[in-house]
Structures are given as structure tokens and as C-alpha cells.
Design a protein around this ligand. Structure first.
Ligand SMILES: [Cu+2]
Length: 298
């Protein structure tokens, strides 16, 4: 009687879980992602796939372990005062205990290494090179080269985008192109992070004989247009949290037009407006302190 009641409760719990899942209307992919976003780059999709696979593997192992635990609780519960038969040193079982976790770790390690190698891979000739210059407490983005050719303004000056006290810097990049971000810091360690890329990398300071001691860089191919907030992900001082920027991903044609306008000497807001990407900076607002806040924070 008790066993039947327990079975019925189990079935009810399973049915409830299934109903919640079905009514929430989310796909298998979303259900197993547990809130992890799919990202906007090919590299992010690879990491997302790795995550989904790990979740499924973890759930499979978890369900097996839970089933074994509950089966043991029921099957070997105390029935009398008599000492049950004692079994120890079961070699096949001990071998299984050691081998199975090793197998699980090996498989996870393999897929991690494959995904990491892909995400870290750099081709020698990226389509677009952007220099990311971090300083306390803002960003400067410089479009350095496109399709192997250097880009510069009308007087030969570099094409840069930098925020001001009333607007955040907007970094404009194209879809479907391999983009290399080369990171430099002018003071302390910062970290370049666009959450939708599912990726961040520290920006290091330090130069020796005019060359960076340690230059971090990475490459991505973005496949979704849109405006995405970017942040500093390394505590770098008092106004670290205000170190926001925006990444505006546009079509390759719009990007080309944007860059041509910049080469002609137009400012970032003007060029963005001309390619139909106004208003300027939509994902985050700059740091504007109220007078009373100013007093409190000194
Ligand atoms: Cu910072």
C-alpha cells in the first residue's frame, strides 16, 4: 500500500514537472540552457553548444545517481535487528567507481579543449582589426585596418571613437567578418566584456621600448545585428562600474559606409546617423551624478 502511494506521488511530481515544461513554451535548447544565452558570435554558439552538452551529461549522471540512492533507501531499508550480510572489497565495483568518473572527466575535458581551441583561434589575416584602449574610466576604440588595408582620417589621423561625460563610446563592427580586438591599457588592468559574446578578456598595461609587454587579443565572427552593452569586467577603481560602452553590429555594407564617412572626417554620431543607426548609444547611459549623490560620494 505504502509502495503504491509512493509510486503515485512520484508519477504526479513527474507529470507536474512535464506540465510546467510544456506550458512554459520553451524549446529543448532553452530548457537545457538554464538561462545561458546563445550569444551573437560563432564562438559564442560553440560555447553554448558545449554548455548544453554538459548540462545534459550532468543531468543524465544526476538522474542515475538519484535513482540509485532512492532505490538503495527503499530496497535496503532496515527490516529487522539482524545484521545484514557485509560485502567489502568488491574489485569489479571498486574498479567501476574509479573508471566511470575518470571517463566522465575525460569526455568533458575533450569537449572543453575543442571548444576552447576554436574560441581562442586566431587567423593571421582578420577582416577587421580594432584596437581597444582602456583607461580610467573609459574606452577608446580605434578602427585600425579593414581587409588588410590601414584606415585613417582625412589628415592621416587614426579613426577613433571615445566617449565623453555625456555619451558612451559606440564601437561599430560588421556581421559576418572576422574581427580582431587588440587590447591595450593605459593605466591598470581592465577587462573588455560584451556579455552577448559570452566572452571577456583582460586588458593589460605596460610597455617596454614602445611595445606592449603583454598584448591580449582575440577574434570573433558576429552573426547578429543589434546594439549590445559592453562593460569593464575587472575592478579598476572608483568609477569602474561606469565604464560602459556599446557595440553596434551592422551589415557589412553599412559598416563600409560608416567607415568611409569616418575617413572623410565625420564624427561617430554623424556617421551612425547617416547609416540609419541613430539614436547614438541605446543600451546604456553615461554616468550622470546628481548633486546630492556627488556630496555623498565626495
Ligand atoms: Cu576598467
Amino acid at each position: 500500500m505504502v509502495a503504491r502511494g509512493r509510486g503515485r506521488t512520484g508519477a504526479l511530481v513527474a507529470l507536474a514537472a512535464l506540465t510546467v515544461f510544456a506550458l512554459s513554451g520553451c524549446s529543448i535548447d532553452e530548457a537545457f540552457a538554464f538561462g545561458w544565452p546563445n550569444g551573437i558570435s560563432q564562438q559564442a554558439h560553440t560555447m553554448h553548444g558545449m554548455w548544453i552538452g554538459s548540462v545534459i551529461a550532468a543531468l543524465a549522471v544526476g538522474v542515475l545517481v538519484w535513482a540509485l540512492i532512492f532505490w538503495c533507501i527503499v530496497r535496503y531499508r532496515k527490516r529487522s535487528e539482524e545484521l545484514p550480510p557485509q560485502t567489502r572489497f568488491n574489485m569489479p565495483l571498486e574498479f567501476l567507481y574509479t573508471f566511470v568518473p575518470f571517463l566522465v572527466v575525460s569526455v568533458l575535458f575533450y569537449y572543453t579543449a575543442v571548444a576552447q581551441t576554436y574560441v581562442n583561434h586566431k587567423t593571421p589575416n582578420p577582416d577587421v582589426v580594432v584596437d581597444v584602449i582602456a583607461f580610467k574610466w573609459n574606452w577608446k576604440f580605434q578602427h585600425t585596418s579593414v581587409d588588410g588595408a590601414d584606415v585613417s582620417g582625412p589628415a592621416g589621423q587614426p579613426i577613433t571613437t571615445i566617449g565623453a561625460s555625456d555619451y558612451v563610446p559606440v564601437l561599430v563592427v560588421p556581421t559576418g567578418k572576422r574581427i580582431e580586438f587588440r587590447e591595450h591599457s593605459q593605466d591598470v588592468v581592465h577587462s573588455f566584456w560584451v556579455p552577448e559574446m559570452l566572452f571577456k578578456r583582460d586588458v593589460f598595461p605596460g610597455e617596454r621600448e614602445g611595445k606592449p609587454v603583454l598584448e591580449n587579443s582575440f577574434q570573433v565572427t558576429i552573426d547578429r545585428e543589434g546594439a549590445f552593452v559592453g562593460r569593464c569586467a575587472e575592478l579598476c577603481g572608483a568609477y569602474h562600474s561606469m565604464m560602459n560602452f556599446e557595440m553596434r553590429v551592422v551589415s557589412p555594407a553599412d559598416f563600409e559606409q560608416y567607415l568611409t564617412l569616418r575617413e572623410q572626417g565625420r564624427s561617430t554620431p554623424e556617421a551612425l546617423q547617416a547609416i540609419g543607426q541613430a539614436p547614438y548609444a541605446t543600451t546604456t547611459s553615461p554616468f550622470q551624478r546628481e548633486p546630492e549623490q556627488q556630496d555623498k560620494q565626495g
